[in-house]
Design a protein around this ligand. Structure first.
Ligand SMILES: NC(=O)c1ccc[n+]([C@@H]2O[C@H](COP(=O)([O-])OP(=O)(O)OC[C@H]3O[C@@H](n4cnc5c(N)ncnc54)[C@H](O)[C@@H]3O)[C@@H](O)[C@H]2O)c1
Ligand SMILES: O=P(O)(O)OC[C@H](O)CO
Length: 336
């Protein structure tokens, strides 16, 4: 069955997810705020700033007009960075309030809101109000650059409403993109958000010249602290052994495609955070989410030493090498 899908946000992830949906036979409109970018997608079928040299399906159309993008959409996919979710949802809300049927709300973003510490589905629920079916989070190890090449990619569609998760699974499944379902929305969203913080740390270690032992140690102990916070927040600990947990942690902590890893790498080489972010020109979600994760850990009295060290570097101008030393010199502990 063909669906009418509105994809909000035309960065690397939104534009490639929109392409998959078009390839899978759906009627897709991509919404972006930048006119030049929309013209480029519609006329050249490229999006050079975000996915250089990739050609989008010719029947993928883009618009800067949100009302046009949302017209008769039965599914809305949010793919803007976390800090933009609330403002974009606030623009969507009055438009879909006029629709006879409530669209299914899906998001593919990875982060926690600053100050409120809310997960993305919570922000969407707050702004859009109750929906007939639950909000679905799409998450897992998936760099757009590899999906563009149709490399094999496996992700998870998570919702408290399994029917909604299965609908999203069917939308995206094809011979290179395989989607599982998961009812643990909290665990999937927390795994997605918190892995970006650990990936900043992994890049930093590489920038400082540490090797594979250090990387494996960081991934493993990073997973331990993600799970500790996740369980207190209501997640199923098993979710962190899945695609949105260890799967995404591995890819983001080891891939040169990762903006979070690359940002950390540059910090480890001594560059300033503001310069790193300015040069990236794309979202580095881990930076803002680190502050939320740090504050949540403080509030919940959860031991998250790696997140704390990264917070000190990002927000308190702490010396990176000193933070690594301090992590290593903590008192001996039991592993589990
Ligand atoms: N890139 C990937 O491979 C990938 C994979 C999985 C998940 N994600 C997640 O998807 C989300 C988006 O990432 P991305 O890589 O597409 O980011 P990006 O930086 O490539 O693009 C972000 C897009 O959002 C737009 N945008 C930003 N603020 C906006 C606002 N207020 N209103 C309207 N548009 C706005 C930007 O103009 C840009 O087009 C992030 O949460 C990221 O963690 C990315
Ligand atoms: O490039 P990053 O670091 O934002 O990571 C992108 C995806 O989340 C990887 O699964």
């Amino acid at each position: 069955m063909s669906n009418k899908i509105s994809v909000l946000g035309a960065g690397s992830w939104g534009s490639i997810l929109a392409s998959i949906l078009v390839q899978n036979g759906h009627d897709v409109t991509l919404w972006a705020r930048n006119t030049d970018q929309v013209n480029e997608i519609n006329q050249q079928h490229t999006n050079q700033r975000y996915l250089a040299d990739f050609h989008y399906p010719i029947n993928l159309t883009a618009t800067t007009d949100l009302t046009t993008a949302l017209t008769s959409a039965n599914i809305i996919l949010f793919t803007v960075p976390t800090p933009a979710i609330r403002s974009v949802a606030a623009q969507v809300q009055p438009i879909i309030a006029q629709h006879n049927q409530k669209p299914l709300i899906v998001h593919a973003s990875k982060g926690l809101e600053q100050n409120t510490h809310l997960r993305i589905s919570q922000i969407l629920q707050e702004v859009l109000g109750n929906h007939q079916s639950g909000i679905v989070a799409l998450s897992g190890p998936s760099h757009a650059e590899e999906v563009a090449k149709k490399d094999i990619t496996l992700i998870t569609a998570a919702s408290t409403d399994l029917t909604a998760a299965k609908t999203v699974q069917q939308l995206f499944m094809n011979d290179y993109f395989r989607v599982y379902t998961n009812s643990d929305l909290i665990g999937v969203e927390l795994g997605a958000a918190l892995k970006n913080v650990i990936a900043l740390g992994s890049g930093t270690l590489a920038g400082l010249g540490y090797g594979d032992n250090a990387k494996a140690a960081l991934i493993t102990r990073g997973l331990a602290e993600i799970s500790r916070l996740g369980v207190v927040m209501g997640a199923n600990p098993l979710t962190f052994t899945g695609l949105s947990g260890v799967g995404d942690l591995i890819v983001t902590c080891t891939s040169v495609h990762s903006r979070n890893w690359r940002a950390g790498n540059q910090l480890g080489q001594g560059q300033k955070l503001a310069d790193v972010i300015a040069k990236m020109g794309m979202v580095v979600e881990g930076v803002k989410t680190c502050q939320s994760a740090y504050e949540l850990a403080q509030q919940q009295h959860i031991d998250m030493p790696i997140t704390q060290a990264i917070y000190q570097v990002l927000y308190q101008d702490a010396d990176v090498q000193t933070e690594v030393k301090q992590l290593m010199q903590r008192e001996g502990k039991a592993e589990i």
